[in-house]
Design a protein around this ligand. Structure first.
Ligand code: AHM
Ligand code: MG
Length: 333
């Protein structure tokens, strides 16, 4: 039997990369992994809501049944906020920043999407949690502000996601490779299952919501025509894979190779996805795995954020595939 490595053990080993912050990064990641276990516990029982009570109603214990994404949001805020390691948080579910009760001792900012893929929550399709960690930029602990959240993605100390799928997997990076852990429910631990993930330079999948075709610009339409042409030399046509849960689409493409595109549309010039909660953490992971992530022109990690809920087009995945999609977007093909 190969050696079993728990996620906690792996976090400890990452600490060597942060000699100026003894123990801190390990603790931060442990907090996130613990919150993920709490969310997992609820996600795997999602179907039971039908038996125990509908979201928005009262369950058999007389408690109000929360929608799963709101539940995940509250759990993450309370489980992580209580340890005093984060001075400020931003969630896709909250309009403004969140200052946790023990913020005076925290030197970090956490940005997260508690349960991404909302359209899939009630139909037993994979959803995910995404997170991103920064050191405070502008403030002393106890005085953290929005500015501490609005940092370039390239400043991330760590980022990761949890996919609640056929099994539950947590993937993270601290800028030293990308590592994946599968949850073993019998012992309640995430165990190392994907060490040093390297994404293929080219894949065979493209992931885009083609139902929005009429909303796309001419460049995107041309790209879609191209990707479906028959040309064995370049592996075309590519196969479509689109789940509608970013974490699930990203995770598959990370492991198998491929490109995910959420382009600008006629009505949403900046696309749909959020820079701080979705694009930045996944871009950090993707680059660490040897892939590429841009808004069609600029590297995601170099975009200056101006607001917490800012949106961005997203081209992410295997390097060669992303470059082709960008060339179409820029009109050079
Ligand atoms: P959400 O935050 O409301 O869940 O929206 C984000 C999700 C992503 O997971 C996914 O990639 C995208 O929305 C799908 O959008 P669309 O239905 O427009 O294809
Ligand atoms: Mg989301």
């Amino acid at each position: 039997m190969s050696k079993l490595i728990t996620i906690e053990r792996h976090f400890l080993e990452q600490q060597k990369y942060f000699p100026d912050a003894p123990g801190e990064v390990t603790d931060l990641l442990n907090d996130v992994a613990f919150a993920a276990k709490l969310v997992r516990r609820e996600v795997v029982r999602a179907g039971l809501v039908d038996i125990l009570g509908f979201a928005g109603s009262t369950n058999v214990q007389g408690e109000e049944v929360k929608k799963l994404d709101l539940f995940a949001n509250e759990k993450i805020i309370s489980a992580i906020g209580q340890h005093g390691r984060f001075a400020v948080m931003g969630s896709e579910e909250n309009d403004g920043i969140i200052i946790p009760p023990q913020n005076e001792t925290g030197s970090y900012a956490l940005l997260f999407d508690p349960l991404d893929g909302s359209s899939n929550i009630d139909v037993n399709v994979s959803v995910g949690t995404i997170f991103s960690i920064y050191r405070l930029k502008a403030s002393e602990p106890g005085n953290a502000s929005l500015d501490d959240c609005l940092q370039h993605g390239s400043e991330q100390v760590a980022a990761g996601y949890v996919i609640y799928g056929s099994s539950v997997v947590m993937v993270y990076t601290t800028g030293h490779g990308v590592h994946g852990f599968t949850f073993d429910p019998t012992i309640g631990e995430f165990l190392l299952s994907h060490e040093n993930i390297v994404t293929p330079k080219r894949g065979k999948y493209y992931s885009i919501n083609e139902g929005s075709y009429q909303q796309f610009n001419e460049e995107t339409k041309k790209y879609l025509d191209y990707i479906k042409e028959e040309d064995p030399a370049t592996g075309r046509p590519y196969s479509t894979r689109y789940i509608g849960s970013l974490v699930a689409d990203f995770h598959r493409n990370l492991l198998t190779g491929g490109v995910f595109v959420y382009p600008p549309t006629k009505t949403h010039k900046q696309g749909k996805l959020r820079l701080m909660y979705e694009a930045n953490p996944l871009a950090f992971i993707c680059e660490q795995a040897g892939g590429r992530a841009t808004d069609g022109r600029n590297r995601i990690l170099d975009i200056q954020p101006l607001s917490l809920h800012q949106r961005t087009p997203l081209y992410i995945g295997s390097e060669d595939d992303v470059i082709v999609a960008e060339e179409f977007e820029q009109g050079v093909r």
